[in-house]
Design a protein around this ligand. Sequence first.
Ligand code: MRU
Length: 338
Amino acid sequence: MVTTKVSPLRWRDGLELLDQRRLPEREEWVRIGGAAEARRAIRALVVRGAPAIGLTAAYALAAEARGGADLRRLRRAARALAAARPTATNLVVAVERVLAACEAAPPRDRAAHALAAAQRMHEQDAAACQAIARRGAELFAGQVAILTHCNAGALATGGVGTALGVVRELHADGRLVRLYACEARPVLQGARLTAWEAVQDGIPVTVLADSAAATVLARGLVQGVVVGADRIAANGAVANKVGTYPLAVLAVRHGVPFLVAAPTTTFDLSCPDGAAIPIEERGAEEIRRFRRCRACPVEAGVFNPAFDVTPPELIHAIVSERGVASPVTPGSVAEVAR
Ligand code: MRU
């Protein structure tokens, strides 16, 4: 079993989030009172990553239930939480499960049942990460260096991470030469978060500008690309942090396996293909500013999709806690999604 020192959230008689906007400069925990505060925190990227925002919403609904067991109020809060960000399907799944626990309980037990449901999801996500880590690492032989994008690590999940779970497993086996982390402009989840959590756990990491990924692959510096996912459609198309799709194209061009690691809560079989996945577009200031500096003229237009879609034919394998879909077809996806 692989371990980590890192966690994005904790329950201390209430929900607390590690403010990921402040990393790697400061480790600051913020208290979240209820659903409205959680929704704001998710939108502002205090917490991010598909499983982690799902768990945040689950605990926030439990916190909300402590403030009043009226079901109409809880349903309203659930709807607002589920819509905080549109792409990650984990958010919807988590909110639905906690709401179902509330609906099945008598009013005086609703808060306790909601918290138990959130904690159960947290444990399940941690277990899923472990299984994904093992299955993903088994797909590699010998010593390997891995390229990843964004942050699909402990900071993005309730456990050791999905893509970074695989990396942690390889490291624990003594088989990881190095982790290469694309910085993931504009918000820098790779440079700020993946590199930070790798350093916390003693994993050798090198950060590169997104535009340097082709050079890393062309020089043969990595033997695999492993990324997470925000939503996986029935045909195996994968929505993940913008910049993932070009990595898949590069991986195929250079004959390196491109793997997607994701728990079953990230699969949405009601989406037939990538075109049906809603892609979040974020504010222009993320592009117009680089931290505190202006990065382009205010008069310039901005295009800022937070995610892109990688088609199934570019993906060597999708690894979930239930198994490995390879080749990626509607049939193999359905098998590992349930
Ligand atoms: O905008 P973010 O930081 O929430 O995007 C996160 C990603 O794209 C992750 O790769 C994905 O959620 C998987 S996390 C296990």
